[in-house]
Design a binder for this molecule. Sequence first.
Ligand SMILES: *Cc1c(COP(=O)(O)O)cnc(C)c1O
Length: 381
Amino acid sequence: MEFETIISHAGKKMDPAYGAMSMPIYQTSNFVFDDIGKTRAGYDYSRTANPTRKVLEDTLAKLEGGHAGFAFGTGMAAITTAAHLLKTGDHVISGDDIYGGTYRLFQNVMKDHSIEFSFVHMNSSKSIEVAIRPNTKMIWFESPSNPLLNIVDIEMVASVAKKYKILTVMDNTFATPYFLKPLEYGIDMVMHSTTKYLNGHSDVIGGAIITSTEELSKKVQFYLNALGTCAAPFDCWLVTRGIATLAVRMRKHAENAQAVAEFLQQHPTVAKVYYPGLKTHPGHEIAKKQMKGFGGMVSFEIKNGEAAAHNFLRKTQLFALAESLGGVASLAEYPALMSHASMSAEARKQCGISEGLVRLSVGIENSKDLIDDLSQALEGC
Ligand SMILES: *Cc1c(COP(=O)(O)O)cnc(C)c1O
């Protein structure tokens, strides 16, 4: 079955009791046993597994083409669970341009548990190979990255990692499986903040992991249950409902983002636009090769720096000043003081997050209205 068919049928017609079209929310902590040690349908306790969560997890596995999917209470809970595949003394090579919360977990939490990190700009196999140590056990990266929309050649990362037997994990939150399936390029594990495009309606915090092998699935299920990082049934129901419209939403997000990026690129107060759909983007050709569309995130630099960026953000009407991304309504934010405030000024400078940088999550509104809003807000900046 094709992508659109899988998503629109997820959780439909699965109710054996009444034939409800929409899947039931099994809002229960535990399940009655048929006999001592004998469950009715394999379920005993909702931390371990829950039927509503299972529908979302199976859907995620199908969309990414993986062995199994796992749903977590937050994107960070998914990352925390993945990080538990590491042991004291292991070394991780991470992309340098990653979600601020991931950077904080690695730099300020996992380091205290004696896990070593190298933050690397992954623009060539050499840049990764020089960072490899005898104890390197994981490569973690995003593409497109947050907030600079850098594109990493996924096949290149997977081939280096396979040569050195290093586990690869890719955060696919920005692209979603509609535009990009990292497992097809040899990545071992995919992670999502389902808070963003997968749910798409700014009303759930959630996360996901999709594994490529049975061995990884067993490990992730063990840590999910042992750590208690799983998602609640109602949140799983909402994310499954959100996923039903993922294909049409992503097409519109990308169409609007392309229009917004092209408008910004010719605007006199804009110094630089970051969008992989622009031919001038250094990762455009690789993005075109590995993605079916370029996504809905656009970042840009205002020529006159911080004060001008703040001025712009106070003037937008349709673009709400808020962190997060991937909802149907457009958002704008200032990474240096908002989404990426948990990174040190030094680390921000090193990866290129400037004082004039603004990040847009382009929604599915009418693109003319969005451009009119940007146009009036940029006036006098
Ligand atoms: C938001 C986000 C996360 C963290 O997810 P939460 O659901 O906020 O915990 C991780 N990675 C990326 C790329 C994100 O945008």
